[in-house]
Structure formats: structure tokens, C-alpha cells
Design a protein around this ligand. Structure first.
Ligand SMILES: [Fe+2]
Ligand SMILES: [Fe+2]
Length: 279
């Protein structure tokens, strides 16, 4: 069983909570409480207070990737929590940029030293790591699906030149439950098909019960989106809560396609899986 609470998302699901572009979720599994991402500006701290979630009780932070809408709340969060393990990919601090509507830096808005001085004990790794019984940090996801070419607006600077951003640091969480896998996404820059295949390989569990988080399907090519939707339909998902960078038009489409299996997941929503929606 896994309990997932959305602390911060582009939209708010309740009076008293504030939405901001970004994503932050608390994942409770096998007696551990893991924070997955921190949102953009630290609104997750006030939202946690409102929801009655004590951030000082968290065991670890996992960062899905270096984009600022997932790491920008780290200063506020660490200020509240203090020292804790932070799982991330070694490319977390890569020079991530976005080219539209104007070229700008979109990576971690703090330097590593500042975050360490605030209490971040970075545990960098490319390999899958089981951080609680049945809960895996994916590590680097192999890119084997030809149509998953990603978001062409995302670029990075390497060796003083600009190139498409491989976002090798993109990681997800894989959780095994008695009804199958629950895949928890940050932005799914590695591609939803690649991530699902990797999750099956890492955990040895074939059946996918549910998916929650940012799918990035709103910002990829039409060909990638349609092929990914075909793939999702074949999974026979019992639970799909696509939010954040999925974008509202694709969210609306998924809600139609998946009917009662689809859930909106703004800030404040909480799911206990595989049992069902709690609030
Ligand atoms: Fe994002
Ligand atoms: Fe991202």
C-alpha cells in the first residue's frame, strides 16, 4: 500500500491551499515518509502546514530532476526540515534551459553548497535504489523507445555550446503494491513508455496498477502523444492521476479516455493505493 499526498501542484484543490507551477508530493510506504520534489517557490511548506503534515517527520527527499519547478522549494523545505538524505541523479545541477517563450535558465536555482549548508545530504546515483521496502528510486532511465523524442524546447549548455537537453537526471519512483506497480512521475522527461518498461524491469512486476504525476504529454510532438496514449490504453490502468506538466488539454482528454480511473490531482489531494481515493 502507498499513500500519496499532493503538497504542491499547478492548481489548488481547496480553499486554504495555494497552487504554483511545479510539483511536490509526500509518498508514504513501508513505514517511511518520502518527499518527492519541492515545487517552485516553497509553497509546499505552507500547504503542508494547512494539511497538518509535519515536514520534520520526513525521512528523505527524492528529486525527480533539476528543473526549478521541482527543486525551487528546497531552500524553504530544508529551512523547516533541516538535515536529511537527498536522493538525486549526478546530473541534477546540469545547465538546464528552456528556449520558449524566451531563453532562460530553468535548472536548480541554488548552488549545491548552499543546499548542503541548509542540511541536504546528497546521495547521487544513476542506478535504481530501493529506499524503503517496495519503493524504488528509478535511477537513470534507458531511452529505448524511438518515438519518445521529448520536449524540443528544452536545451542545455555543455562545453560552452547549446544542445537539446537529454535530461538524463529525470527519475521517477516505482512502488510495488499487491495490485501491481504504482509509478510516481516528476515530469516524465525520460518518456512514459521508457519509464514504464524500466519500472517493470527494476521491480520484476509486470502489472501497472496506477500512474500519478507529470506526464509532459502536453509539450511533446503529436506523434509521441498519440503513441503514448495508445500505450497507456493497453495497460488497463486502475488509477491515473496525470497532473502538472501534462497540461489541461491533455488532462481533459485523459479524463474522457480513462473515465472513472482518471483522477484530478491538484494540491491537497490524497490517495491511498490500491484501495482508492481518500479525499
Ligand atoms: Fe515540471
Ligand atoms: Fe521538468
Amino acid at each position: 500500500m502507498v499513500k500519496i499526498t499532493v503538497l504542491s501542484e499547478n492548481t489548488s484543490g481547496s480553499i486554504g491551499l495555494i497552487g504554483e507551477w511545479g510539483l511536490s508530493m509526500v509518498v508514504e510506504c513501508s513505514g517511511k515518509k518520502i518527499l518527492f520534489d519541492t515545487g517552485m517557490h516553497g509553497q509546499m511548506v505552507a500547504n503542508a502546514d494547512f494539511l497538518g503534515i509535519d515536514l520534520r517527520s520526513l525521512d528523505a527527499l527524492v528529486l525527480s530532476h533539476g528543473h526549478c519547478d521541482h527543486t525551487g522549494g528546497m531552500r524553504a523545505f530544508l529551512g523547516r526540515r533541516g538535515r536529511l538524505p537527498v536522493y538525486a541523479h549526478p546530473d541534477l545541477f546540469a545547465l538546464h534551459y528552456v528556449s520558449l517563450p524566451r531563453e532562460r535558465y530553468a535548472g536548480v536555482p541554488f548552488c549545491q553548497k548552499e543546499l548542503e549548508s541548509l542540511g541536504a545530504d546528497f546521495l547521487f546515483g544513476r542506478e535504481p535504489r530501493e529506499i524503503a521496502s517496495g519503493l524504488w528510486v528509478s535511477g537513470e532511465v534507458p531511452r529505448g523507445t524511438p518515438f519518445e523524442t521529448g520536449d524540443s524546447r528544452l536545451i542545455c549548455f555543455r562545453n560552452a555550446s547549446k544542445e537539446p537537453d537529454p535530461l538524463a537526471d529525470d527519475m521517477s519512483l516505482y512502488c510495488t503494491t499487491e495490485d501491481g506497480l504504482v509509478i510516481i512521475l516528476g515530469c516524465a522527461h525520460a518518456g512514459l513508455v521508457n519509464i514504464t518498461r524500466h519500472a517493470r524491469q527494476v521491480t520484476g512486476v509486470e502489472r501497472v496498477y496506477g500512474i500519478i504525476g507529470g506526464t509532459h504529454l502536453g509539450a511533446v510532438s503529436d506523434a509521441q502523444r498519440e503513441a503514448t496514449l495508445d500505450f497507456l490504453k493497453q495497460l488497463n490502468l486502475q488509477f491515473l492521476a496525470a497532473n502538472h506538466c501534462t497540461g489541461l488539454p491533455v488532462i481533459a482528454r485523459l479524463a474522457t479516455l480513462f473515465g472513472s480511473s482518471f483522477h484530478f490531482a491538484p494540491a491537497g489531494t490524497c490517495y491511498t493505493l490500491p484501495i482508492g481515493e481518500e479525499s
